[in-house]
Ligand binder design. Structure first.
Ligand SMILES: Cc1ncc(COP(=O)(O)O)c(C=O)c1O
Length: 507
């Protein structure tokens, strides 16, 4: 793409409906934000470094912008986003909690950040020692025996866990075909089961929002490789029958997989290993000081009980008999699940978070996360009752079904109105088993004042729905982008800048 003649002025209003120009539209031929001449690297002809067959015939069309215009562009874009650093982000199941900046500073220390992953083990003993320590800490928190730090995210951890399940059964000479999942499960669970080559069997929830243990028993046979569970489940409720569930699954030779994407509710209080689980994945980019969402790197380590340790991915960091560290492949490893050693700086942040909090501090995180969710459940009872009205864990699933029946204002409208009130929207229409679901996860990082302000805003929206339902249907009206046709945006994906056919804002 050629630069627009003259480019665009870099000053633009912060609010209002005007779209921020693309960086290509700011481009003016000859402008540059880079200062390559000051690097000290001697100039060399490209042809000497790269074979002619790999060289482009035409230069690639890159935007040419000054540093000033570039910084202005990204700063304006960042001011138009809602972010965890900006305000409360109660997106249920996602644990969008505030991440203290100290952990970023630790992960950015030169001895941690400036090490190339290909550096031989004898020169990276400190990093290997750190990785071994992180593995130990994650095993201590989950009640497991060993862990892999390689998977890059929760879903990658799930697939790793299912491949471990497969390897375990294969080593016992068994070809099992099915994995059980409750109907309230996160969408990545059935997707991972399918990717792992198993058939999904859905187990219904009972009237209390928990796994229906009779239905579970009826589905159990020797074709069942295992069950994937989240506890507390995706309705924010603790599976009280977990002992019976674990015993029943183990009785037919199946394994229990714990989706620990969100550990906020049980940190330092209960351990999946003690509940009978064999495989656990954790999203370090939720609970352990790395922001979730926004496309940044994550980490989904998988911890396992002793009988599964020999199948873990590798090479894994290990301590030798003479107290050195080296990379070793577990004896019956399923192989690599990530290039190099995973997203190492996310691991470094998690390590710092675990050390700073200590066991008591982690338990306080869980207690406050649970207290905050229950405070909102009780406070909002009259306007948005909980779908299952009893003590919840770190999140609460409210329903706007009655509001919709009496005013026509739906959960989606409430979520959009909340943006105008200065809060990010909660998760809506999930879990699928709740009508007009609003899934709120306040996290432990919000103050009582912020929780009260969120409750005030939600109550104001409910009251306003009777007098002026259109305000809710048309919301958000004061944000840079108004209500989008989300169904069309999802079905009509335009991923290139050249052929863009933007989805027009409504209203
Ligand atoms: C319960 C649960 N499981 C799994 C995942 C998947 O994690 P990721 O997005 O890192 O792949 C999530 C993500 O939010 C989740 O909430």
């Amino acid at each position: 793409m050629s630069a627009a003649p003259g480019g665009r002025a870099s000053s633009a209003p912060l609010l209002g409906r005007d779209a921020e120009p693309t960086v290509f539209e700011l481009s003016v031929t000859g402008r540059s934000a880079a200062q390559l001449r000051t690097t000290g690297v001697p100039a060399t002809l490209l042809e000497r470094l790269v074979s002619a067959s790999y060289l482009r015939r035409e230069p690639v069309a890159l935007p040419e912008v000054s540093e000033r215009d570039l910084v202005g562009h990204f700063t304006r874009l960042s001011h138009r986003q809602f972010s965890v650093d900006l305000g409360m982000y109660p997106l249920g199941s996602c644990t969008m909690k505030y991440n203290p900046k100290a952990f970023d500073e630790i992960a950015a220390m030169p001895g941690i950040a400036d090490v190339h992953p290909a550096t031989p083990a004898p020169l990276t003993q400190g990093w290997l020692a750190l990785l071994c320590e992180i593995e130990r800490e994650l095993c201590a928190v989950t009640g497991m025996h060993a862990a892999t730090l390689q998977p890059a995210a929760g879903a990658a951890g799930e697939l790793t866990g299912l491949l471990l399940m497969r390897a375990f059964h294969a080593a016992n000479g068994e070809t099992r075909t099915k994995v059980l999942i409750p109907d309230s499960a996160h969408g990545t669970n059935p997707a991972s089961v399918t990717l792992g080559g198993y058939e999904v069997v859905t187990i219904p929830s009972d009237a209390r929002g928990l796994v229906d243990v009779d239905a579970l028993r009826a589905a159990l046979d020797r074709d069942v490789a295992g069950i994937m569970l989240t506890n507390p489940n995706t309705l924010g409720l603790f599976e009280e029958e977990i002992d019976r569930i674990a015993a029943a699954v183990h009785e037919v030779g199946g394994l229990l997989y714990y989706d620990g994407a969100n550990l906020n509710a049980i940190l330092g209080v209960v351990r999946p290993g003690d509940m009978g689980f064999d495989i656990v994945h954790l999203n370090l980019h939720k609970t352990f000081a790395t922001p979730h969402g926004g496309g940044g790197p994550g980490a989904g380590p998988v911890a396992v009980s002793e009988r599964l340790a020999e199948f873990l991915p590798g090479p894994a960091p290990c301590r030798t008999a003479d107290n050195q560290f080296e990379w070793r492949m577990p004896p019956r490893s399923i192989g690599r699940v990530h290039s190099w050693h995973g997203n190492a700086l996310v691991l470094a942040r998690a390590h710092a978070y675990l050390r700073v909090h200590g066991r008591d501090g982690l338990a306080r995180v869980a207690e406050r996360a649970v207290l905050n969710a229950n405070w909102l459940r009780v406070r909002l009872h009259d306007s948005y009752p909980a779908a299952f009205d009893r003590p919840c864990m770190h999140e609460v699933v409210l329903t706007a079904a009655e509001l919709k029946r009496t005013t026509g204002v739906r959960a989606l409208d409430v979520a959009k109105r909340l943006l105008e009130e200065g809060f990010h929207a909660p998760t809506v229409y999930f879990p699928l088993v709740v009508d007009e679901a609003l899934m709120v996860e306040p996290t432990e990082t919000e103050s009582p004042q912020t929780l009260a302000a969120l409750a005030d805003a939600l109550e104001r929206i409910a009251r306003g729905a009777t007098d002026d339902p259109d305000a809710a249907h048309e919301a958000p009206r004061s944000t840079p982008v108004r209500r989008l046709d989300e169904a069309r945006a999802a079905r009509h994906l335009v991923a290139t800048e050249d052929d863009r056919d933007p989805v027009e804002p409504r209203g």
